[in-house]
Design a protein around this ligand. Structure first.
Ligand SMILES: [Zn+2]
Ligand SMILES: [Zn+2]
Length: 423
């Protein structure tokens, strides 16, 4: 008994070897390894049918967590003995293969004509608007959606008896061909979905029609999904509910996908894991020190203050560590909070204020000009400008001149050249 057990144990690595993966392989690894090897060894591509079958068998067992556990513990024989519900060699390797490619062949065109056709239903994508507070704290949103579910009364058959008839209008193909005579010896052939069966290729006898779905095979259903918005998730990150989209007969149900749309925040701007906030200081605060209270996204009040003697220059930044956004899936780590300072200068000073400042502020380093030097210079007049507005107008004028030069050629290089000229 002991000896037999030991031999059995020795053959619980074969399936891993066939797929060329370690015993610790994740379901994702298995999927990738199988897909790659199966395409390479597909008989339609001249591969060895035995090898192809082995791959499917190995993948069928290892991709099923229950069967994989039995296999890891007791080996292949245990599966044959029925512990895993008859896992050994039951399924058609072509079915397993085609389930990877939504029923079609990955080789295009005809390919394998075997097995049932399993279409993959469409994914349903919803934008999900989320506030910055929610992304900071994490939240759960309950969303009610309606979708098509297979009719429970007829199991998606559409009829009471489970029977359907081949559509007479299209001979079961779902398509109709119309031929039009365009002229002598010239015809046009047009193919369109059969109107009698809506392209399904089958019809249901009126008396046999399922009373719940009226032969549609599906019924609308309300579904409530709990969407878990995790701390630190990013704009346009996806949250997927696999196989929860509309159901349809003979179709692998698609996914419902929520795409996070981060709402603009009136106070904080986010760049990845960092937060940015604007703060304006008076000239006195910039020179003599400041303190202010900033309410964070979670409602905490942060006291932000300068060191004595520190001077804050206009358009400068200071940062506070660990007060940025939490990092996705590592929520105890946080980015930085940057404060961008603007300094509000007075528009003008009285002669007395000027004198007072001159008395306390450091002397200018430039040497005083002599009367003779001033006499040799030309007088100029300074006037106020809005520099951004001036540059915008100049760029516009240059762009117009450039467009005239190049005629209809308005590739993006034009704008670039203008930008270079500005510098
Ligand atoms: Zn038809
Ligand atoms: Zn029904």
């Amino acid at each position: 008994m002991f000896g037999r057990g030991a031999t059995k144990k020795s053959d619980n690595t074969k399936f891993y070897e066939i797929l060329g993966v370690p015993k610790t392989a994740s379901p994702e690894d298995l999927k990738k390894a199988y897909k790659k090897a199966a395409i390479k060894n597909h008989p339609d591509k001249g591969g060895d049918p035995e090898k192809f079958k082995e791959l499917a068998q190995a993948y069928e067992v290892l991709s099923d967590p229950e069967k994989r556990e039995i296999y890891d513990e007791y080996g292949e024989d245990a599966l044959k003995e029925g512990m895993g519900g008859g896992g050994g060699g039951g399924h058609d390797p072509f079915d397993i293969f085609s389930s990877f490619f939504g029923g079609g062949s990955p080789f295009g065109g005809g390919g394998s004509s075997r097995g049932r056709r399993q279409r993959r239903g469409e994914d349903v994508v919803h934008p999900l608007k989320v506030s910055l507070e929610d992304l900071y704290l994490g939240t759960t949103k309950k969303l009610s959606l309606s979708r098509n579910a297979l009719c429970s009364k007829c199991n998606g058959k559409g009829s009471k008896s489970g029977a359907s008839m081949k559509c007479g209008g299209c001979q079961g193909t779902g398509m109709k061909v119309t031929i039009r005579q365009l002229g002598p010896g010239m015809i046009q052939q047009m193919q369109h979905a059969c109107n009698e069966c809506k392209g399904t290729g089958e019809t249901i006898n009126d008396r046999d029609r399922c009373p719940q779905c009226k032969g549609d095979k599906v019924v609308p259903e309300k579904k409530v999904l709990e969407v878990n918005v995790e701390k630190g998730m990013q704009h346009s990150q996806k949250i997927t509910f696999e196989g929860q989209a509309d159901e349809a007969p003979d179709t692998v149900t698609g996914d419902i996908v929520f795409v996070i749309q981060q709402k603009e925040h009136p106070k904080f701007k986010r760049k990845g894991e960092d937060l940015f906030v604007e703060h304006t200081l008076s000239l006195t605060e910039a020179l003599c020190g400041f303190s202010f209270v900033l309410t964070h996204l979670d409602g905490r009040n942060l006291l932000i203050k300068s060191y004595p003697g520190d001077v804050v220059k206009p358009d400068s930044y200071k940062a506070i560590s660990d007060e940025g956004m939490p990092i996705y899936q590592r929520p105890f780590m946080k980015g930085k909070l940057y404060i961008h300072f603007t300094v509000d200068f007075p528009d003008s000073l009285t002669p007395d204020q000027t004198k007072a400042f001159e008395a306390i502020l450091p002397k200018p380093s430039t040497t005083q000009l002599s009367d003779m030097e001033i006499d040799e210079c030309e007088e100029t007049t300074l006037h106020d400008v809005d520099i951004e507005d001036e540059m915008r107008r100049k760029a516009q004028a240059q762009r117009e001149a450039y467009d005239d030069d190049e005629g209809d050629d308005d590739h993006p290089g034009g704008a670039q050249r203008v930008q270079c000229a500005q510098q």
